[in-house]
Write a new protein. Structure first.
Length: 115
């Protein structure tokens, strides 16, 4: 059984930082593409950052230069370091794993940025 568990969300002030974690069981992050997505109230879920099995990363234009996705294979965990946070970053953040066995989502973690 594959499980993805996000943590690290919370309340931050504009200009502040948060680090999200996504820990996995039942799947190896080192062998698959892992992404962070977010969904604000009333909006669609959008991709924020992706890291593939080779370590290549891609970011949405809105977070380039502010967010960094990384992976710790020994802990089977993917991180999203979020700096220079803006109120428009407020959303529920989800971890997503794409593998040959299927697509898996975490339960999400709320990030709220106050101005």
């Amino acid at each position: 059984q594959v499980q993805l568990v996000e943590s690290g969300g919370g309340l931050a002030q504009a200009g502040g930082s948060l680090r999200l974690s996504c820990a996995a069981s039942g799947i190896s992050f080192s062998s698959n593409a892992i992404g962070w997505h977010r969904q604000a109230p009333g909006k669609q879920r959008d991709v924020v950052a992706v890291i593939n099995s080779g370590g290549t990363t891609n970011y949405a234009d809105s977070v380039k230069g502010r967010f960094t996705i990384s992976r710790d294979n020994t802990k089977n965990t993917v991180y999203l370091q979020m700096n220079s946070l803006k109120p428009e970053d407020t959303a529920v953040y989800y971890c997503k794993a794409v593998s040959l066995k299927g697509i898996y989502w975490g339960q999400g973690t709320q990030v709220t940025v106050s101005s």
